[in-house]
Design a protein around this ligand. Sequence first.
Ligand code: GUN
Length: 293
Amino acid sequence: MQLLDGKIAAQSVKDRLTEEVKKLVSRGLRPPHLAAILVGQNGASETYVASKIRNCAETGFRSSLVRMDENVSEEALKAEIARLNQDDSVDGILVQLPLPKQIREDNIIQLIDPDKDVDGFHPMNTGRMVQGLPSYIPATPYGIMMLLEHYKIDTQGKHAVVIGRSNIVGRPISVLLNQDGPRGNCTVTVCHSRTRNLAEICRQADIIVAALGKPRFLKADMVKEGSVVIDVGITRVPDTTKKTGFAIQGDVDFAEVSSKCSYITPVPGGVGLMTIAALLQNTYHAYSRRNNT
Ligand code: GUN
């Protein structure tokens, strides 16, 4: 079994971007700029946004954080997005999800300028991705594709089973693995909460992407020998031995499954780090497109 180490793969993306930004700045140009909107005080969202901002700083990107109250109106949030859309110094905009109940997420996402939609959640980008046209690809699936590329995992003609059909991970990764390309050309099965015989389907998989958000869901008797297992889960579970009071657990029972795999991602230290690297890559791309560099 070999680990698909997100720390190593993400660092190589970040090192390359850091060099690119240094070159821009040495030419007298400004660095790429990511603006994040964080609504309310969801603990996990706070952690993710803090990490995105820290990674921007480490790579030489500029970042701005717009905090809005839990009770913010949809109108006020829309006005903030309109302001960032128009701000020429902002290359990428992300609205951290989930949003409070009074706000319709789809209404908000559709207002982000598709050219600044570095999360790749706007229907324009989703549609372009599905048709194989240039688009922003959501950061987690994009990060998984980068990880497969870094470790040169052969996907051609393989059976990939994706567990979960969310707009953020399951659905887009199923499209990307299925597309014609160096890390694509899989035959993809997308499983979900109503799937029958899930374990049997997983046992037929060469590649499994577990993205359902249930800690330790995937067990050893659900995977075949030699499979590649990608764990997208990042659930907080109470853990009194940790200073924070919780531990992060993946959707894969790593202790059981790892000995059967050819490759597996750890949690933490796997897909999560790739998500951030992919977000930076998207932001750099937005900058290049907008500034013709
Ligand atoms: N919430 C969970 N994942 C994501 C993500 O990739 N982007 C944003 N904006 N919110 C999220």
